[in-house]
Design a protein around this ligand. Structure first.
Ligand code: MF3
Ligand code: CO
Ligand code: CO
Length: 277
């Protein structure tokens, strides 16, 4: 079915997920630009993620950078959120709110940004190590990055979202770490959060069959302790119930004929810490 209000996309109906958009070349071109800018925000921030930096200042830098490119961040006014970044430190699982607090030596930090370029959404996050970080925390960050890569490797036609989740869950649990269940990846494109839900656990062959033109994020949150999270009173900040460390990486991808395209790869070549700049 052709749906001209939404670029050159068509729709596929999934029994569990409802309508999932299949994008054409116009969508891929839009996502390439949006994904690149989102990745450039994290590249730009990289040298600034150091002890004593105020997280609100990182937020302001990101906002200025995005707006100087004639683009917008997706998170300001999104469901009452009012910042350009989510900055999630140590036991914060996701949606940490930038504040006057400073990063300190030994912290592990996720910075998550979503930009809108010509109506297309680029959503990505990376972990950063602040100063000297304990071995166990660095291991968590490494395992989490590898979980994302293994999920992406399974993202191709012929596979399902269950294959993606299974690859992530297996790798995390092999390393005696746990996968957060309460938050997932999501379809995106001209909409920020769309179908399908991309859960980071799963069974091989189950769930949505992947088809060329599907756009979604993979954004596993991996914990050193138990997988359960709790929401703080601010209504956003999600923390681990057991207060142990949590890590996350996120890419926005599009399924192609023979695999997937990662829209949010770092133009500077940053993958996982330690970053060289
Ligand atoms: N970027 C987050 C994601 O990966 C969403 C942040 S919504 C906010 O889906 F409002 F918390 F910023
Ligand atoms: Co996302
Ligand atoms: Co994100």
């Amino acid at each position: 079915m052709i749906d001209s209000a939404f670029s050159d996309a068509t729709l596929v109906d999934d029994p569990q997920e409802g309508a999932i958009r299949l994008h054409g070349p116009e969508g891929f071109a839009g996502m390439r630009k949006a994904g690149r800018l989102a990745a450039e925000v994290l590249d730009m921030l990289t040298p600034h993620v150091v002890p004593d930096v105020v997280t609100l200042d990182l937020d302001a830098m990101a906002n200025q950078f995005v707006r100087s490119r004639g683009a917008d961040v997706a998170t300001i006014f999104y469901r009452g959120y009012s910042h350009s970044l989510c900055i999630s430190v140590n036991h914060v699982v996701c949606h940490g709110i930038p504040s006057a607090k400073k990063l300190k030596d030994g912290d592990i930090v996720n910075i998550d940004v979503t930009v809108v370029v010509d109506g297309w959404h680029g959503d990505t996050s990376r972990m950063f190590l602040v100063g000297d970080v304990a071995l166990k925390a660095r291991r968590l960050v490494e395992v989490t990055h590898e979980c994302l890569l293994r999920g992406i490797e399974m993202a191709k036609p012929g596979n399902t979202l269950g294959d993606v989740g299974h690859a992530i869950q297996r790798y995390a649990e092999q390393h005696r770490m746990t996968v957060v269940r309460d938050f997932c990846g999501h379809g995106l494109g001209q909409v920020f959060h769309d179908a399908p839900n991309v859960v980071h656990i799963g069974k091989p062959g189950k769930g949505v069959p992947l088809r060329p033109g599907m756009f979604f994020t993979i954004e596993p949150m991996i914990n050193l302790g138990r997988p359960e999270v709790k929401l703080l009173d601010d209504g956003w900040t999600a923390v681990t119930r057991d207060r142990q460390l949590s890590a996350q990486f996120e890419h926005s991808i599009g399924i192609t004929e023979d695999g997937c395209e990662v829209f949010t790869l770092s133009p500077a070549g940053h993958r996982a810490p330690p970053y060289r700049f």
